[in-house]
Structure formats: structure tokens, C-alpha cells
Ligand binder design. Structure first.
Ligand code: DQQ
Length: 535
């Protein structure tokens, strides 16, 4: 199994076989975490969608259960698509999800547990009143673009609110509905937000984040007030990226005013600048944090997916909170993942000179967690950036093999012995308009000798001041995925790679510096990761 399935993950969530996509209805109930997900029981491509179900005590080790929600009534007979859970006052969980009806219309349905005393919540009953929200001639909702209800939030006026992703022509929007009893829902006069030209908004998410210390504390989805800001996340169907806006939500008027994330009418902030989609958050009342779940698609061809018999994984759940600047969010792998760390390897502080390549021995490099930090000071050697350039394109032009001034420096992961293959995750610092501009890249261009994969390079600028702040990088490496967190979670890049040589115990890990300036490595810690029970 191990040798002919080198790309299966050891600690990233995935079922034993077949297609998976969006995380659905995550929740914590009676101390157990539940995760549902879009699943095709019949193959490794999208289709026949049901809600598969797993439970966990720690969000790392998962036990599979029978499918929770599957086509069984007219309102979902052609598929049970994405949705979210809400915990009602008193602790009862309910699920709103999109069903595909006999006319292939997208409608919203309610399901609730058959037996609340079963901590596994194995059986779900559907409301006989389904569908509760549907496109009609009168409401002019686009019947093929009306899906993915959020967790609902409760106002002091006693009304629940929920948003559904939609579009009218190319105007993406979050349609707002209200209800007193969770069963009878009335469409609000205005969407919570809409944006011309953005296309279909899939899997919206709307939640408060604390805007004071300690920022990392999460709050319940219904919380509002002077000390919180609100985040609206949308998964843009046109670009397949999860974008977010930070702003203020006036619940009395049901108006959300974004302050950050829109520039020239475009979405600019992303959760992740690599492969990451259809995510959603929950408030974890066990550890008072907000946790983000997301789907990571393959970068291989459909034929290769069918061949290996599976497609799609979930990212490691991330804690998510507002950065103290108020301008962006910060994400960090949940602390529970550290329980898989074994055999730590620590390097003392060391200067990496021009062209230096430092191997990290003693870790299972195809299944590892690594943290590295740099102290840089030869700023006069930074390359000058004359005009603003798209960071992803800049990373593509200036890959790890292109010598620079201050950088590129960082990690080579999934490296083969003769460096025929490697994936490079690194920083490169530019001088731009008399300031230091930090670029973070994940360069997949040499990740595999097999060329049928999507090997696009990813990149983003990082809002960090390398003069006064430490420049850190953490990568979670797991056979065919690398999730990288730059500047303590201010920038995330996830990529999928399929090396042919650098697999299992043939993979190696390096730190490198390919710039003319020296950089001081102030930390390099790496751990082998144990296998988790991922189903
Ligand atoms: N996936 C679901 C939809 C959602 C899309 C269908 C996002 O509900 O809009 O599997 O990946």
C-alpha cells in the first residue's frame, strides 16, 4: 500500500478512497468534534454527493461513521451539497444544507439529530417542511446559483440570520434570510453584501473576531459589539480562491461595511495563496478559539486521480484571529498537531552564506513539521523593485534557482538526493519605494520529474517588517502536500506536489540561501510526524 500510494497523506484528513471536497457542518457536541464533508461514494471524481461523517476528540485523529445526510426526499434527491451547523440555545445542533431538487434547482434544507443523547449524532432527520428557502419567480433568485448556507447568528431582536451564496449575472452576493424559529425563513430586502463582477459566491462564512488583546481568543458567531470586527469570507467560483473582507456589522440594520479586503472593487485578501477552497470556521467553545477547516484539491490530472482511486484532502485545522493591525487575519495550525511531533532536530544559530545548502538530517522529510527563522540585515543588497508586480508572477519569474540579493532563502522540501526534484518555500526581500518588501513564494516548478501535474508557482507579499520583526516560516509536509505559514501566520501557501524520486524515506529537507547577502538562521527545528488516524 505504502509503495504504490506515495501521495496518500499520513496526518492530513482524507477518506480511504474516492472524491472529497468541502468541509461541511463542523461542530463540537458533547466534547466531540464532528466533521462532515462532500463525498462521492462511487468514485474519484465529483458526483453523487452525500455528507460523509467523521468524529474526533482532537481534530487530528478521526473515526469514520455512516453517511449522515444523503438524498432521501424531493428537496435533495439530486444531491446534498454544502452547508453549516448551528448550535441552538440549549445545545441542540441543527444543519442547514443545500439540496438539489427534482428540477435541479438549488434549495435550502434543515436537518436535525434523531437522537440528541447519541454523542456520535449518527442519524439525522430532515424537516418535513423542506425546502425552507427556494428560488421563485417572485424572489428572482437564480436557481442554479443559490447555495451553501452559513452557520446562523442570533440578534437581540430574537431573529436568526443566515446568508446563502449567490449571484445575479456576474454580481456575486450573500443573500440574507431571517427567522424566529429556524423553520420559517424570510428573505431580507437587501443582500448582506454584493460585488459587481465577482461572480458566484460559494461557501460564504460570516463571523466576529476580537479586536482587542488577547486577539487570538475566539468568540461565538452571534457575538457583536465595539470590541469585535466581522469577517466575511467568500469562495469565488470564478477563481477558486477563498477571499475575505474585514469590517463592521450593524446588526440592527443588517449592514456589513468592509474596511479591508476590497481594493478597486476587487477582492485582495486571501486565506491562502496556494490551493485552498470552500473553507469554513466554527467557534470552539472547548478551547475558546475560532477554527478554520478547508479543502485542498489535487494538482494532478483527472486520469491520475482515477488511477490512484482518490482525490482531495483537508488542510490541518487552523486557529484564526485578527492581526493586531486590524488589517488582516492570522492563521496557525491548531496546537493539537504538535502531539504528532517526534524526534526533534534543532540547529544552533548559524549564518547561511551565499549559495549555502544545509541538509536537515534525522527527520522523515516526507512527513515532517519544520520551523525556521531568519535575522537579516544586509538590506543594501536587496534587489530593487521598480514598479509594483503581481507577487505570484514575481515568484514565477524569480524562482528559488534564480540568484538574488537578499534572498531567496528558506526551505527545500520533498528534495531528491541529487536535487532533480524539490519544492522551494522561501522569502525574497525587495527594496520598493524606499521600503523593504517581503515576498513569500512556494515554487513547485521542479517538484516532480513527472510533468502532467499543475506545477504553478504561488506567491504573496507579506506584511512584516524584516528590520524589527523576526522572519519565520513553518511548513507542514505530508507526502503530497506542504502547508506553509510565513511571518507567524500572516501569509499561508498550500501546495500539492507529486515527486517521483523524493518519496517516503527518499525525501530530504534542506535550508538554503541563494542570495548574495548573508542571512542569519536564528532557529531551525524539525520534527518527524507520527501517522494520525485519519479514517
Ligand atoms: N461544492 C459544493 C457546493 C459548493 C461547492 C458541491 C464548492 O455546494 O458551492 O459539492 O466547492
Amino acid at each position: 500500500e505504502y509503495s504504490n500510494q506515495p501521495y496518500r497523506t499520513a496526518y492530513h484528513f482524507q477518506p480511504p478512497k474516492n472524491w472529497i471536497n468541502d468541509p461541511n457542518g463542523p461542530m463540537r457536541y458533547k466534547g466531540l468534534y464532528h466533521l462532515f464533508y462532500q463525498y462521492n461514494p462511487k468514485g474519484a471524481v465529483w458526483g453523487n454527493i452525500v455528507w460523509a461523517h467523521s468524529v474526533s476528540k482532537d481534530l487530528i485523529n478521526w473515526t469514520p461513521l455512516d453517511h449522515a445526510i444523503f438524498p432521501s426526499q424531493p428537496s435533495d434527491i439530486n444531491g446534498c451539497w454544502s452547508g453549516s451547523a448551528t448550535i441552538l440555545p440549549g445545545g441542540k445542533p441543527v444543519i442547514l444544507y443545500t439540496g438539489i431538487d427534482p428540477m435541479k434547482n438549488q434549495v435550502q434544507n434543515l436537518a436535525y439529530p434523531k437522537n440528541m443523547s447519541d454523542p456520535l449524532l449518527r442519524e439525522w432527520v430532515k424537516s418535513p417542511k423542506n425546502p425552507l428557502m427556494a428560488p421563485t419567480i417572485a424572489n428572482k433568485i437564480n436557481s442554479s446559483s443559490f447555495r451553501d448556507p452559513t452557520t446562523a447568528w442570533l440578534g437581540k431582536d430574537g431573529y436568526w440570520r443566515v446568508i446563502i451564496g449567490s449571484k445575479r449575472n456576474t454580481r456575486g452576493m450573500a443573500i440574507l434570510y431571517k427567522s424566529k424559529d429556524f423553520v420559517n425563513w424570510v428573505q431580507a430586502k437587501h443582500p448582506l453584501l454584493a460585488a459587481q463582477g465577482s461572480g458566484m459566491w460559494e461557501c460564504p462564512d460570516f463571523y466576529p473576531v476580537l479586536n482587542k488583546t488577547p486577539f487570538a481568543i475566539g468568540v461565538d458567531t452571534s457575538v457583536n459589539g465595539d470590541d469585535v470586527m466581522h469577517v466575511l469570507k467568500v469562495s469565488l467560483d470564478d477563481t477558486k480562491h477563498d477571499h475575505y473582507l474585514i469590517g463592521r456589522y450593524n446588526i440592527a440594520k443588517d449592514i456589513f461595511v468592509p474596511y479591508n479586503g476590497f481594493e478597486d472593487n476587487q477582492f485582495v485578501l486571501r486565506y491562502d495563496y496556494g490551493k485552498y477552497y470552500a473553507s469554513k470556521t466554527i467557534f470552539d467553545d472547548g478551547k475558546n478559539r475560532r477554527i478554520l477547516f478547508g479543502w485542498v484539491n489535487e494538482s494532478s490530472s483527472v486520469a491520475d486521480d482515477i488511477n490512484k482511486g482518490w482525490s482531495g484532502i483537508h488542510a490541518i485545522p487552523r486557529a484564526i484571529w485578527l492581526h493586531k493591525s486590524g488589517k488582516q487575519l492570522v492563521q496557525w495550525p491548531i496546537q493539537e498537531i504538535e502531539s504528532l511531533r517526534v524526534n526533534p532536530v534543532n540547529f544552533p544559530t548559524k549564518v547561511l552564506k551565499e549559495g549555502e545548502l544545509l541538509q536537515v538530517p534525522g527527520v522523515t522529510a516526507a512527513q515532517a513539521d519544520v520551523e525556521i527563522s531568519f535575522d537579516v540585515n544586509e538590506f543594501e543588497k536587496a534587489e530593487v523593485l521598480k514598479s509594483w508586480t503581481n507577487p505570484q508572477i514575481l515568484c514565477g519569474k524569480k524562482g528559488a534557482a534564480v540568484k538574488g540579493g537578499l534572498g531567496p532563502f528558506g526551505l527545500l522540501v520533498f528534495a531528491s538526493e541529487g536535487l532533480e526534484e524539490y519544492t522551494a518555500v522561501f522569502f525574497r526581500i525587495f527594496r520598493y519605494q524606499h521600503k523593504n518588501l517581503v515576498l513569500m513564494c512556494s515554487d513547485q516548478s521542479r517538484s516532480s520529474l513527472y510533468k502532467d501535474n499543475d506545477m504553478t508557482t504561488y506567491g504573496t507579499f507579506v506584511d512584516v517588517d524584516p528590520l524589527h520583526e523576526k522572519l519565520s516560516l513553518r511548513s507542514l509536509i505530508d507526502h503530497s502536500v506542504v502547508e506553509s505559514f510565513g511571518a507567524e501566520g500572516r501569509a499561508c501557501i498550500t501546495s500539492r506536489v507529486y515527486p517521483t524520486l523524493a518519496i517516503n524515506d527518499k525525501a530530504q529537507l534542506y535550508a538554503f540561501n541563494n542570495g548574495t547577502a548573508n542571512v542569519k538562521m536564528t532557529q531551525l527545528s524539525a520534527w518527524s510526524m507520527k501517522k494520525a488516524k485519519i479514517n
